[in-house]
Design a protein around this ligand. Sequence first.
Ligand SMILES: [Zn+2]
Length: 157
Amino acid sequence: MANRLARMHTAEHILSAIMRIHYAAPKNLELHLNEKKTKCDYQPAVPIDEAAIRRIEAMVNAEIRKNHPVTAFMLSRQEAEQRGYDLWKVPPDAEEIRIVKIGELDAQPCSGQHVTRTAEIGVFRIISHDVRESGRLRLRFRVMDTDANVPVSESVR
Ligand SMILES: [Zn+2]
């Protein structure tokens, strides 16, 4: 298996693509990932209930299983702007911008580490979700080698 952080990082791209495409939440407003913890905040246009959370999870896993190739290419800042990439997270002094592409699903500027095929991510599980006072939806997720690895106590925490 590829390293966990690369798996989590790639999973976040897929999650954010699903949130954008299906829930009109254009970006992850507060990305935080490390081996122990994940934090992803979205501002969806529609209320997200438990059923929606399970649908989001299922859609992310369906994309993972399609085994999309993950590729990267460089663009100048000007080219990236002209092609309409969302550069809000890119440092203002970056002249060369790395675009990470997940099959035909998603292409975003990113300097992080990723897997080379999405199936390497394994199984994606949303382990908690709550709505902040600001109305933001906060998701925490985990990636696992197989479904059987999830003790129930952890999956509901
Ligand atoms: Zn990335």
